[in-house]
Design a protein around this ligand. Structure first.
Ligand code: ADP
Ligand code: MG
Length: 326
C-alpha cells in the first residue's frame, strides 16, 4: 500500500485527509436523546444532521487528559478510521469538528449498541451459536482488513464491538481506534495497555505486539459471546494477569454445554500463548466452525446455566449467509 503518512515512533499515524471543521458542531447537528455510551476520555451522543435529517453518533474527545496534550492520539484515531473506510465492518467516519477543548468525531450510528449487552443477557436476547458464528465471521473480516493494512486495533472487547441493530440482530461495527497502531514502526508498547481481561500475554510481558495480539482478544470475545463468561477474569487484576500468562482457561463440558466442539477448537486456536502459533485472521476465517451449521435453536450460555433447552423461535436476521452443505 503506498503510504505517504507521517509516522511517529510508536506507530501512530497523524497525517489525516478529513477536513477538521472549526465552525460550531451545534450549527449543523442537533443532539438527541441520552448518551449512547462513554469510555475513559470520551462521551458519545446521538445526533441528527440538520441538512439531511440523518442520524449519527458524535464522539466528544477531550484534547487534554491528565494534563497532557492528546491531540496526536486523536489524529491517529482519525487516520486509522480513514484507512479502514472501505470496510463495512469498521464504523464509518462522517465528519470531524474541533473546539478549544475537544475534537468531535461524527460517526455512523450503530443503533444496536454494544455486543456486551447480549453477552451478559440472561433472556432471549442472548446469542445463539449460529448468531456467534455470523458475528465472528464479520469481526474476523473487519480485523483481517485492518491487519492487511498493517493496523492493529489493540482494544477489541465487547464494549468496542457494536451492532447496527439488536432486534432483529444486525451486523457488527468495530469502533474505538484510540489504542490502534500501525505495525510498521512500533517501538514503545508499555503505554499501550488495553482492558485487563482481553489483553494478550505478550502485552503483560512487554514482548513485541503484532497483529496476533488482536487475535488473542478475538479468542476471548468468542468465548464470552458463547458462554457469557469471561475466561480469564479473576478476583482483581493480579489474578486476571496470572490467569492470562498461564493461559488458565476452563474448557469443561459444563461451561460448553450445548456448544459444538468445533467452537471450542476455534477458541483454542486463538488462546495460544506464543503469538506466532496463534491463528491469523485469515486462518480464523477458514476454520471449519465458521462454515458449520450448529443447531439453530441452541442458546449456548443459557444451556450452560440452566441445563435446559428453550423453545424460542429462531431470531430473524438481516442478512443471510451462504451456508455450506452439511
Ligand atoms: P472510548 O475510547 O472512550 O472507549 P468508544 O469509541 O469506545 O470510546 O465509545 C464509548 C462507547 O460509546 C462505546 O462503548 C459504545 O457504547 C458507544 N459508541 C461509540 N461509538 C458509537 C457509534 N458509532 N454508535 C453507537 N454507539 C457508539
Ligand atoms: Mg471503548
Amino acid at each position: 500500500m503506498p503510504n505517504s503518512a507521517m509516522m511517529s515512533k510508536n506507530g501512530m499515524v497523524t497525517k489525516i485527509h478529513t477536513r477538521i471543521r472549526a465552525d460550531p458542531f451545534t450549527a449543523n447537528y442537533e443532539l438527541v436523546g441520552k448518551e449512547l455510551g462513554r469510555g475513559k476520555f470520551a462521551v458519545v451522543k446521538k445526533c441528527i444532521e440538520k441538512a439531511t435529517g440523518k442520524q449519527y453518533a458524535a464522539k466528544f474527545l477531550r484534547k487534554r487528559r491528565k494534563g497532557a496534550d492528546c491531540r496526536m492520539d486523536i489524529l491517529n484515531e482519525i487516520a486509522v478510521l480513514e484507512s479502514a473506510k472501505a470496510n463495512p465492518y469498521v464504523v464509518a467516519l462522517h465528519e470531524v469538528y474541533e473546539t478549544n477543548s475537544e475534537i468531535i468525531l461524527v460517526l455512523e450510528c450503530a443503533a444496536g449498541g454494544e455486543i456486551f449487552n447480549q453477552c451478559v443477557a440472561d433472556n432471549d436476547d442472548a446469542f445463539t451459536e449460529k448468531d456467534v458464528i455470523r458475528l465472528a465471521k464479520q469481526i474476523l473480516t473487519g480485523v483481517a482488513f485492518l491487519h492487511r493494512n498493517n493496523v492493529v486495533h489493540l482494544d477489541l472487547k465487547p464494549q468496542n464491538i457494536l451492532l447496527t441493530s439488536a432486534r432483529p440482530l444486525g451486523d457488527i461495527r468495530i469502533v474505538d481506534f484510540g489504542l490502534s497502531r500501525r505495525m510498521d514502526n512500533i517501538t514503545e508498547v508499555r503505554e499501550i495497555l488495553g482492558t485487563p481481561e482481553y489483553v494478550a500475554p505478550e502485552i503483560l510481558s512487554y514482548e513485541p505486539i503484532s497483529t496476533s495480539t488482536d487475535m488473542w482478544s478475538i479468542g476471548v470475545l468468542t468465548y464470552v459471546m458463547l458462554t457469557g463468561e469471561s475466561p480469564f477474569l479473576g478476583d482483581g487484576k493480579q489474578e486476571t494477569f496470572l490467569n492470562i500468562s498461564q493461559v488458565n482457561v476452563d474448557y469443561s463440558p459444563e461451561t460448553f454445554e450445548g456448544i459444538s466442539p468445533l467452537a471450542v477448537d476455534f477458541i483454542k486456536s486463538l488462546l495460544v500463548k506464543n503469538p506466532r502459533k496463534r491463528a491469523t485472521a485469515e486462518e480464523g476465517l477458514n476454520h471449519p466452525w465458521l462454515n458449520s451449521l450448529p443447531h439453530p435453536h441452541s442458546q449456548p450460555h443459557l444451556l450452560a446455566r440452566s441445563g435446559s433447552s428453550l423453545d424460542e423461535p429462531e431470531t430473524s436476521q438481516s442478512e443471510s449467509e451462504p451456508e455450506s452443505p452439511a
